[in-house]
Design a protein around this ligand. Structure first.
Ligand code: GLA
Length: 399
């Protein structure tokens, strides 16, 4: 009997180790990542400044939590024991001290590595060192790991990510595990038991709808990514999110395009990971990023990825079911000139084919609220009318 109990306990603990940390991302993770703006030009002062800005600019208050260092934080070689080393010039105080600084602000700290032999920028990857690296991250009090896919010749993606998941579980410190294999192996089909979020595409570019051709790979504008992955809605949900990539808000698009980008990432229930330099961000950028009403749509507890309703007059119309029968609706003007929207609710019966939820204004009159202008509009008995600027957005909430 005793042996049976011991065997059962061993079996149970082995099984527990082989699970991702549950409950870490009930709503899409929110934070900041260094890559889009700084690439490998990162250092400890930058992280401290960003952490300070989180508090100062109201970003923490708006829900942003994770500060993640992307590629380029390591020295080029592991040490004599095979441990990763933080670049001593960029991070003279070391990662544990930096994590402590970030934690002292009530925030969380993340790092990047790669399933391959080297990271995309040529630093030591985790291949063959997964358990050792996971132990090191735990000893540094790391809360988030972005795990990339460069230099992974012949590796099986699901297997490689599972190995790192298990290594993190074994190390014992809860870590949000962010799968970054660009959608090549369709992680939305297997990532749910492994990670908390997975990139759905190659890298984002700070443009509206472009493809930046880099020869062997492309990076993608906001609408390219949206259109590429609007049909994998069913994969997303609490604790497992389709990740549409770090945001380019504040990185060079127009203020209107930034608003639309932010609105769409919220509609898609994507993690909201800022990718701009918060030290020099304009008031307008911060206003967009801290818009709590829009963030509320992203963070809605149902965690449903919104869907495209139609395109009328080149205005993209998207809908997202929210908790308690509420809805978010977003209208993006794709035209190169301002557009007049006149949307008759009674002529549109909107049904979510995935969840069966319906927005039926014949049965119910909804209150309508404009989430960027923070004002109440006429209810759904009246037409929704607005002038939408070039590439700008009208986002409303129906309660
Ligand atoms: C890949 C990822 C990016 C970034 C870089 C770092 O391209 O998709 O998000 O992490 O690597 O080298």
């Amino acid at each position: 009997m005793r042996y049976l109990l011991i065997a059962a306990l061993i079996f149970l603990s082995l099984n527990l180790q082989a699970q991702k940390f549950e409950g870490l991302a009930p709503t899409p993770p929110m934070g900041w990542n260094s890559w889009n703006t700084f690439a490998t030009d990162i250092n400890e002062q930058l992280v401290k400044d960003i952490a300070d800005k989180f508090v100062e600019l109201g970003l923490k208050d708006a829900g942003y939590e994770y500060i993640v260092l992307d590629d380029g934080w390591m020295a080029k070689e592991r040490d004599a024991n095979g441990n990763l080393v933080a670049d001593p010039e960029k991070f003279p105080s070391g990662m544990k001290a930096l994590a402590a600084y970030v934690h002292s602000k009530g925030l969380k700290f993340g790092l990047y590595n790669c399933a391959g032999s080297e990271t995309c920028a040529g630093y030591p990857g985790s291949r063959g060192y997964e358990y050792q690296d996971a132990r090191l991250y735990a000893s540094w009090d790391i809360d988030f790991l972005k795990y990339d896919w460069c230099n992974t010749e012949k590796l099986n993606a699901e297997g490689a990510y599972m190995t790192m998941r298990d290594a993190l579980a074994k190390a014992g410190r809860p870590v949000v595990f962010s799968i970054c294999e660009w959608g090549d192996n369709e992680p939305w089909n297997w990532g749910q038991e492994i990670g908390h979020m997975w990139r759905v595409s190659g890298d984002i570019s700070n443009c509206w709808d472009c493809e930046d051709d880099h020869g062997t790979w492309s990076s993608w504008g906001v609408w390219k990514i949206i259109n590429m992955r609007k049909n994998i809605r069913s994969a997303t949900g609490p604790n497992h999110w389709n990740d549409f990539d770090m945001m380019e808000v504040g990185n060079g698009m127009t203020a209107a395009e930034d608003r639309s980008h932010f609105a769409m990432w919220s509609m898609l229930a994507s993690p909201l990971i800022m990718g701009n330099d918060l030290r020099s961000a304009t008031e307008e950028t911060i206003k967009t990023l801290t818009n709590k009403e829009v963030i509320g749509v992203n963070q809605d507890s149902l965690g449903i990825q919104g869907f495209r309703v139609s395109n009328e007059g080149n205005i993209e119309i998207w809908a997202k079911p929210l908790a308690n029968g509420s809805w978010a609706m977003t209208f993006v003007n794709m035209n190169e000139k301002p557009a007049e929207l006149s949307f008759d609710w009674s002529e549109h019966k909107i049904t979510d084919a995935e969840t069966g939820k319906g927005l039926n204004t014949k049965e119910k009159t909804y209150q309508v609220r404009d989430l960027f202008n923070h004002k109440k509009l006429k209810n759904t008995k009246s037409k929704l009318k607005a002038t939408i600027g070039v590439h700008d957005v009208l986002m409303v909430r129906l309660d």
